[in-house]
Every structure is written in structure tokens, then in C-alpha cells.
Design a protein around this ligand. Structure first.
Ligand code: CUA
Length: 147
């Protein structure tokens, strides 16, 4: 085997190892939840937040030009929230700042992500998929309060 060929194999192998390590680090050490696509046959009729039990909520969110519903959400510190997301028109984005959540709102599909909020404060939600003239104003927020 040519020595340059061997170097190329070692370098690409190392790069793959770095990518895999970064993926596993985010998954286990930073506990980033990978979004799921949920089987679904309809739209979210009533965008709402449902309290399942103490510190566990389900949020059913719709995105449409150019707003999210429900608009603002408040949860107590320590809450785990399942976000179910769909779109009423075009593709929108759903990015929760400081949480590493990057979800797409797709018409006709339901995406789910679970997020644990252990610190108080405001987490802004922005649409990060270009969706038309009002895209830059499409945002919302989550407030985490002391219990
Ligand atoms: Cu919705 Cu950009």
C-alpha cells in the first residue's frame, strides 16, 4: 500500500472517530434529545399546554405564517416538556435557544422532542427556516420560573 494512501485512510478514520465521539458526547454527556417523527393523521386542533403531572408537561404547538401557538409558555423549574410540533402552512423552524433544540415544523407531520428545564429564565424560540416575508419576526418564548 502506498504511504499516502495509508495516511489518507488514517486521517479519514480519525475524522470519523472525532465525529462519532462528538455525537455520543452530545447524546449522553449533554443529554441532547434527538427529535422523533410521530405517526400522525391530522392537525393539532387546539394548540395547548397540558399538565400531565408535577414537572411533566406536553405542549402541542402549531407554526404558521408568522407565529407559533401557543405564543408564550411558562413552566416551573425542573420541568420536563414534550413538545409536539406541526405546521399549518409551510415549513417552519423551531429553535430553542440555549437548549440546542433544532426542530422543523412540517405541514402534515408531527415532530416530537423532550426538553428538561433545570434553570430559570427566558428561553427564546425562533423560526430558523426561511418561511416568507415575516420570517424574521417569527418567535416565541418559554419562561422558567421558580416553583
Ligand atoms: Cu417561520 Cu421562518
Amino acid at each position: 500500500m502506498d504511504k499516502y494512501e495509508l495516511r489518507a485512510i488514517i486521517m479519514s478514520g480519525s475524522l470519523m472517530a472525532i465525529f462519532l465521539t462528538a455525537l455520543l458526547f452530545n447524546l449522553y454527556a449533554r443529554k441532547i434529545d434527538v427529535p422523533q417523527c410521530v405517526a400522525y393523521d391530522g392537525t393539532i386542533k387546539n394548540p395547548s399546554v397540558v399538565k400531565i403531572k408535577d414537572n411533566y408537561y406536553q405542549a402541542f404547538i402549531t407554526a404558521q405564517m408568522w407565529a407559533f401557538a401557543p405564543y408564550d409558555m411558562t413552566f416551573p423549574k425542573g420541568s420536563l416538556v414534550d413538545f409536539y410540533l406541526t405546521s399549518k402552512d409551510v415549513v417552519h423552524g423551531f429553535n430553542i435557544q440555549r437548549k440546542g433544540i433544532n426542530l422543523m415544523a412540517l405541514p402534515g407531520a408531527l415532530n416530537k422532542v423532550s426538553v428538561q428545564f433545570n434553570e430559570t429564565g427566558e428561553y427564546r424560540i425562533v423560526c430558523h427556516e426561511y418561511c416568507g416575508a415575516g420570517h424574521q419576526n417569527m418567535m416565541s418564548s418559554i419562561n422558567i420560573t421558580e416553583k
